[in-house]
Design a protein around this ligand. Structure first.
Ligand SMILES: CC(C)(COP(=O)(O)OP(=O)(O)OC[C@H]1O[C@@H](n2cnc3c(N)ncnc32)[C@H](O)[C@@H]1OP(=O)(O)O)[C@@H](O)C(=O)NCCC(=O)NCCS
Length: 186
């Protein structure tokens, strides 16, 4: 049976809810950032694999800024949606909110973007994914911004790689004067 070459955004949207139990806490009593990152990776996979109907890997994660701490006992809700699709890559937008049952307060924890790539399960080489059917202005805007983010991230990776190769080590050591480090090599 032929797979459809385009799918709607809604067909792969995912919501994941998880109670923040005491074993998720760090020494400060708040939920570990790593627990939230792990849940984000899980929902990104579910959303991307559901769109692609294929095995997917996480290629990159955009910056994750935790704007509010998450407390033990709160309910975490993650919303994931495919924003943008290239040839084999998909940008999955993830919004995380936490809810305190006692007072009903809902806090925005973070929003981030995961790039997932569909790969052949045996060769691990990228495989094409269906396109996106965009049904409203918000979906069109998210697709356009996702395309822009892919381009900017690609430029950044290239510039970073070029800059690293061009580093003059002796000059860099002089530039470290005044930085918060001590060079103690013999
Ligand atoms: C992601 C991966 C499949 C890309 O393979 P590749 O041979 O470099 O593939 P290509 O250069 O042809 O790129 C394929 C797609 O991935 C995207 N891509 C590759 N590297 C990327 C990166 N670092 N960030 C974002 N997107 C990336 C490309 O833009 C391209 O998208 P498109 O097909 O929509 O245009 C490969 O690097 C890989 O397997 N990485 C390990 C992933 C993994 O194990 N993740 C879990 C970590 S625990």
């Amino acid at each position: 049976m032929n797979e459809p070459s385009f799918r709607t955004v809604k067909s792969s949207q995912v919501i994941l809810k998880e109670l923040m139990v005491p074993s998720y806490a760090n020494f400060g009593g708040k939920v570990h950032g790593g627990v939230i990152l792990s849940l984000m990776d899980k929902i990104a996979y579910t959303c991307a694999a559901s769109h692609a109907k294929a095995y997917c890997v996480t290629a990159s994660v955009d910056s994750v800024d935790f704007v509010n701490p998450v407390e033990v006992g709160e309910l975490l809700t993650l919303y994931a949606s495919v924003n943008y699709v290239g040839t084999s890559s998909m940008e999955v937008g993830i919004k995380v909110v936490s809810e305190d049952f006692k007072n009903g307060i809902v806090k925005h924890t973070n929003t981030s973007y995961f790039t997932m790539v569909a790969v052949d399960e045996i060769t691990r080489k990228p495989v094409p994914v269906p396109g996106l059917i965009l049904e409203d202005d918000q979906e069109i805007k998210r697709f356009a911004v996702g395309k822009l983010r892919k381009q900017l991230n690609r430029n950044h990776r290239r510039e970073m790689s070029e800059a690293r190769q061009a580093i003059d080590f002796a000059q860099e050591i002089r530039m470290l004067k005044g930085e918060n480090c001590q060079i103690v090599r013999s």
